[in-house]
Design a protein around this ligand. Structure first.
Ligand SMILES: Nc1ncnc2c1ncn2[C@@H]1O[C@H](COP(=O)(O)OP(=O)(O)O)[C@@H](O)[C@H]1O
Ligand SMILES: [Mg+2]
Length: 402
């Protein structure tokens, strides 16, 4: 990193931490439509926070309210304990990187980056702008015009222009949306690296679940103007709490089941005559009709109709639920479809008494099965999760946010 310090401006006590961004009961109504519906969020200073959700769920409106470009209908926004709800945009310690970069076409790259500093009459504006350009590895292209750069390079200029102002919070609205897939993946890594280096808070808006999971420390999954669930990527993926999160973040098999009892820390379930189990602490509801979920890659598929014997629980010391129950489910199925995609194959199978399920299988050798084949399916019950029974099984499925 260059000698010029690009980390966030310290506050009056000389601290850069404690600049948490807090949204309280934040709402935005447009005439007859509620775009953002009572958001409560604490975004810790220095974190990489992703707002993830399908198109129209209120992500951009949320960012625009934080930036001051849109006035909330109700609720408050504060940074570092200071209420900025009524503060004009240019007086907020916030900068925004838009999808279309919004660079000045008639200015050099270096002047684009230094523009805000010069307007504020910062003394060593050029040196700071150069440092910011070096941070994004474009130090050698400062004399070019934006049109003479590739999309990825323009995106980095926009980032340098925002970072150079040392805001407490950087807002990024689908900043990689205009890039092709390969460049997008590469920029994800670079953006994350830059965030770590400068240590400022990034609020990154995206509809791309893979992007959110690879980059962010914390992901908030938004749907219809609300946060459905928030947490570390792995935590959200492994234990979704709503059908929308289970389907929007990766894929899930969700089955209806009835609770028949509890034993050994597991909820006992009947799904279409099949006995299944889910850990009590992984189920939102413990009685009546529930949904039970299992990720496609957690399923083991074996050729033949013979149901394999229950496998002992994976973790030593964990109590099995008792006798033949074990912690393993095993079901009979028929393969309906096999879709080869190189590293893995996605199977669609019809499970006796339950319905269709998806199975991801890594291609280690020859194909496991072909359409029409009888197979058996099993999984470690510890990977299953339980959701409310009245939820829409298909909520969020197939939505790519576009
Ligand atoms: N100025 C506006 N007037 C009326 N409706 C709006 C306005 N801006 C956004 N909306 C609506 O609010 C909803 C959320 O929009 P937006 O925040 O842009 O979603 P996202 O960024 O998640 O795709 C959408 O249904 C959109 O049509
Ligand atoms: Mg948007």
């Amino acid at each position: 990193m260059a000698a010029i310090d690009l980390r966030p401006e310290p506050d009056s006590r000389g601290e850069t931490s404690g600049q948490d961004l807090v949204l309280s009961r934040l709402s935005k109504r447009f005439t007859d439509f509620t775009a953002v519906d009572g958001l409560d969020l604490v975004i810790p200073s220095g974190s990489f926070f992703a707002l993830l959700g399908p198109s129209g769920c209120g992500k951009t409106t949320t960012l625009r309210m934080i930036a001051g470009l849109e006035q909330p209908t109700s609720g408050t926004i504060s940074i570092g304990g200071r209420d900025i709800t009524g503060t004009t945009p240019h007086r907020r310690p916030v900068n925004t990187v838009f999808q279309n970069y919004a660079l000045f076409p008639h200015m050099s790259v270096l002047d684009n980056v230094g523009f805000g500093l010069k307007r504020r009459k910062v003394r060593d504006a050029d040196a700071q702008a150069k440092a910011a350009l070096e941070l994004v590895e474009l130090g050698h292209l400062g004399n070019r015009r934006p049109a003479q750069l590739s999309g990825g390079q323009q995106q980095r200029v926009a980032l340098a222009r925002a970072v150079v102002n040392r805001p407490a919070v950087l807002l990024l609205d689908e900043p990689l949306g205009a890039l092709d897939m390969k460049l997008r993946r590469q920029m994800q890594t670079e953006l994350k690296k830059i965030q770590t280096e400068v240590g400022l808070t990034f609020v990154h808006v995206t509809h791309d679940q893979e992007e959110a999971m690879t980059m962010a420390d914390t992901v908030a999954v938004m749907n219809n103007g609300r946060v459905e669930q928030m947490g570390a990527p792995q935590e959200l993926y492994e234990l979704p709490r709503t059908a929308f999160v289970a389907n929007f973040l990766g894929k899930s098999n969700l089955m209806q089941a009835d609770v028949t009892g509890e034993s050994g820390g597991y909820l006992q379930l009947n799904a279409g005559g099949q006995h299944l189990q889910v850990r009590l602490d992984r189920a939102t509801d413990h009685a009546g009709r529930v949904l039970i979920g299992i990720r496609p890659e957690k399923l083991r598929m074996l050729p033949g109709a013979a149901v394999p014997p229950p496998v002992p629980p994976a973790a030593p010391g964990r109590l099995p639920a008792g006798g033949a129950e074990g912690t393993e489910a095993a079901l009979r199925a028929v393969v309906l479809d096999a879709s080869f995609s190189g590293a893995s194959t996605e199977y669609l199978v019809e499970v006796e008494g339950i319905g269709t399920m998806g199975v991801f299988s890594q291609n280690r050798g020859a194909a496991l099965a072909a359409p029409g084949d009888r197979v058996s399916l099993s999984w470690d019950a510890d990977h299953a999760f339980g959701l409310r029974g009245d939820e829409d099984r298909l909520a969020g499925a197939g939505e790519d946010g576009l």
